[in-house]
Design a protein around this ligand. Structure first.
Ligand SMILES: [Zn+2]
Length: 225
């Protein structure tokens, strides 16, 4: 199995889209690229080796908003984005179509996270050339020298399986090594799809459920690093 080529995947992610991809919002005329286009691009560029998850949802009915923090993982790299949507309330003060609003905020949060990899920047820069807009900044002039889209699909990438797990401990986000992932699997009745911790951050009441000799072995291994 070839290692995942992160640099190549990111290059494909940043590549320009076909002309006509950028659309204008009905309300404010701002240029945007539909979420489905981003999803399709990231799928193709990474050979499906990416993931997105909700880290945090806040539904604040009194203040009328939903906030979602989403994490996008590509290869060994995790990035977070924040999305908001506005809630309308009915005459009883109950939030309307909350599930939709959460979806909307999640989509925005994923877009924000993907944005840090510069997806769509080359396409959106020409629409953001007003004096103070980001696309007119001389430091980003290179975005305007576009090259044709390669479509981003690499046939060799399709069959690899590669699942990345990042530590959920606040502020960590480290990608678990194979060992660390295996260790979580040794803890009885732990749902390791949810309770993802690097070895250092496993809460001790969880860690001590693993067989004692296994813990010793892992601790030795860490010391010897
Ligand atoms: Zn950690």
């Amino acid at each position: 199995m070839d290692p995942f080529d992160y640099a190549k995947a990111i290059e494909l992610i940043k590549a320009p889209f076909p002309s006509g991809t950028v659309q204008k919002r009905g309300d404010n005329g701002r240029a945007y690229i539909p979420n489905q286009v981003y999803t399709d691009r990231v799928e193709a560029a990474t050979g499906s080796m990416w993931d997105r998850e909700i880290k945090e949802v806040e539904i604040n009915i009194p203040h009328g908003y939903v906030k979602v923090v989403a994490r996008v993982t590509i290869g060994e790299h995790c990035r977070d984005g924040i999305g908001f949507s506005e809630i309308e309330t009915d005459q009883n003060g109950k939030g309307k179509s909350l599930a939709n609003k959460v979806d909307q905020a999640f989509a925005e949060a994923v877009r924000e996270a993907l944005d840090t990899w510069q997806i769509g920047w080359k396409d959106l820069a020409p629409y953001n050339q007003a004096e103070k807009d980001w696309g007119s900044n001389p430091a980003l002039r290179h975005l305007l020298n576009s090259t044709p889209s390669s479509g981003g699909r690499d046939p060799d990438n399709q069959s690899r399986t590669f699942v990345v797990h990042c530590c959920i401990f606040s502020g960590c986000g480290k990608q678990l090594s194979r060992d660390e992932w295996d260790f979580l699997g040794l803890i009885p009745s732990l749902n390791r799809e949810k309770m993802v911790y690097c070895f250092q951050h496993i809460p001790s009441h969880i860690k001590k459920k693993a067989p004692a000799e296994v813990i010793v072995k892992y601790e030795d291994r860490i010391k010897s690093k």
